[in-house]
Design a protein around this ligand. Structure first.
Ligand code: GDP
Ligand code: MN
Length: 390
């Protein structure tokens, strides 16, 4: 009997906590912001593009920023490159010559010390009131910049980020894009709802905007933390500024095509997040009330909950093998089999299980090691405009 109770309880907690949390969040999705939002607000902006070997993307990335139509006298672009071995810097320079009106600066680090180090270098040179991180391999929806900046009219807002839409190179859609799309459409809603309550602890480097003053107050980007964007946003929320994701700010990013690259990509990001939560959850006592519940739940979902699934699954297997409750076994197996025949459930469960396994791996790996400069997942490289599928 103990075995039955154990796996059922663990499974109930594992699925119950997120489901309860999401039901709670859902009621906030359509609530108003209660913030001062001003479409005409146009502070000075510094866009920071960190690059390491981004020759495939740098020109289209710069074009995409100009196409945003932000007043050029209030916009500067800083490319901060960490000794790329390809033509990134050369291409950025020639782009600058072709666009003399754009205020482009190129900072070159003598050696690669990682993304956070590069971002801090750029921060020292940024003159804008708002600093916006823009990963080189992402694309912004038209007006994304203006949509993000308008929230800074509210003095309580310290940081603003985008929704992410996955896309893929090549004509045929792959399973990895379907999995990533399921994942994103769900979490985009979660992050927006968290933002309506107070703040979201998860930010996206594809478009992560910070009020420079607030960013300096928390000491810039923490060295050795791979999730530079999420970590800074969480520290800003801990200072009781709002760190929000708003639905009209959209960025696109390429998803690796093969399952192997996709998992490797997710694993690296998960390691970075796990490391960040491990540090920030220790500060929970100073979290403002509205943010405390969010940080605690997200830290639980990232650091603890995946393990419950692992243990519950092992106990479930033991139960199927040794339990005397034949009827219960048949009911459990039939329910599982039936659920898996429904495509939608199968897709959500696959996405969920992949995510949980990746987080377990990330906990094992990330809590022991320090962030080091990472190798790009090569599959997302190549000319940017060809055959993109959303
Ligand atoms: P992913 O989106 O999580 O796969 O991470 P990416 O490999 O795309 O890196 C995000 C951004 O940071 C890209 O613009 C990279 O070029 C940039 N980047 C990564 N490592 C470094 C680094 O060591 N120095 C600099 N300056 N930029 C980096
Ligand atoms: Mn990327």
């Amino acid at each position: 009997m103990l075995l039955e109770i154990a796996w059922l309880t663990l499974a109930a907690i594992h699925f119950g906590v997120p489901l309860t949390y999401y039901a709670y969040l859902k009621s906030y999705l359509d609530k108003p912001w209660n913030l001062k939002i001003d479409d005409g607000y146009a502070p000075t902006v510094s866009i920071v593009i960190p690059t390491y070997d981004e020759e495939a993307f740098i020109e289209s990335r710069l074009d995409n920023i100009l196409e945003q139509g932000y007043p050029s006298e209030r916009l500067e672009i800083i490319v901060v490159d960490s000794a790329s071995s390809d033509r990134t810097v050369e291409l950025a320079r020639s782009w600058g010559r072709e666009h003399p009106d754009a205020k482009l600066r190129i900072l070159e680090e003598p050696e690669r010390r990682g993304k956070t180090s590069a971002l801090n270098t750029a921060l020292q040179h940024a003159n804008g009131e708002v600093v916006v991180l823009a990963d080189a391999d992402s694309f912004w929806e038209k007006n994304a910049l203006k949509e993000a900046v308008k929230y800074f009219a509210e003095p309580k807002v310290g940081a603003v980020t985008c929704l992410k839409m996955p896309m893929q190179r090549g004509e045929a859609k792959r399973q990895t894009l379907a999995v990533e799309s399921t994942y994103r459409s769900f979490y985009n809603k979660v992050r927006v709802a968290e933002s309506k309550i107070h703040s979201t602890p998860i930010f996206h480097g594809e478009l992560a905007a910070f009020r420079k003053r607030t960013l300096l107050k928390i000491g810039g980007f923490k060295q050795g933390i791979g999730a530079d964007d999420s970590h800074a946003a969480t520290l800003i929320a801990l200072e009781n500024y709002r760190a929000i994701m708003a639905p009209e700010i959209i960025a696109y990013e390429l998803t690796p095509r093969s399952l192997k690259s996709y998992i490797a990509w997710k694993a690296r990001r998960a390691i970075h997040l796990v490391q960040s939560f491990w540090l920030t959850v220790k500060e929970i006592r100073r979290a403002p009330i509205g943010f405390r519940r969010i940080l605690l739940t997200e830290a639980f979902l990232h650091l603890v909950n995946p393990w419950l699934l692992l243990v519950a699954s092992l106990l479930f297997i033991a139960f199927i093998m040794v339990s005397e409750f034949l009827l219960l076994k048949i009911v459990a197996l039939l329910t599982l089999t039936f659920a898996l025949t429904i495509k939608r459930i199968r897709r959500v469960l696959t996405t969920w299980v992949i995510d949980q396994l990746v987080l377990i791996y990330a906990c094992l790996k990330g809590l022991r090691s320090k962030e080091v400069p990472w190798t790009k997942i090569e599959e997302v490289r190549g000319p940017s405009a060809c055959n993109l599928t959303c």
